[in-house]
Design a protein around this ligand. Structure first.
Ligand SMILES: [Zn+2]
Length: 158
């Protein structure tokens, strides 16, 4: 759940590194906006959420498992999370924001592609020249170097 998630998780840092390399200016953790979007691109009136697959229930994702114990309660809890995410999206759109989601598993496995796809989703196309600035292993290394302690918390939460 975003409420209990730590700030500066590794997926967030990877996403931010990628955006930085692509030349985008952004702000992080705008608490004044619905759902407290992780990344805000003011110039494009676009917000990006970096969602953990488990708590935010990434569809068809192997990380979005459901505990067998107290299953019904978990199902209810997850449904409430998803409903809250939807409400936040609706509220943001109503305020004129473009909303897009980056999933943790995608940022982990193919970060460059994930970020470019999310931007495309938001109607921002990245040219091949700019796309060439992104390198998956370099993005991961940069996040490791700068915030070596951040991965643990997000890893276990989905
Ligand atoms: Zn996933």
């Amino acid at each position: 759940m975003s409420r209990i998630r730590g700030k500066n998780t590794k997926p967030e840092l990877i996403a931010r590194s990628a955006l930085h390399r692509l030349g985008y200016r952004f702000r992080v953790n705008r608490v004044d906006l619905p759902g407290k979007p992780d990344i805000v691109l003011p110039k494009y009136k676009t917000v990006l959420f970096v969602h953990g697959c488990y708590w935010h229930r990434h569809e068809s994702c192997p990380n979005a498992t459901t505990p067998t114990k107290n299953r019904e309660r978990w199902v209810e809890k997850f449904a409430a999370n998803v409903a809250r995410d939807r409400r936040n999206e609706v509220d943001l759109r109503r305020e004129g924001w473009v909303v897009t989601v980056l999933w943790e598993c995608e940022l982990k496995h193919h970060p460059s592609e994930a970020v470019v796809a999310a931007l495309a989703d938001a109607g921002m196309s990245v040219s091949d020249v700019r796309r060439a600035r992104l390198d998956d292993s370099e993005l991961r290394r940069a996040a490791d170097r700068r915030f070596s302690r951040s991965w643990r918390s997000s890893d276990r939460q989905g």
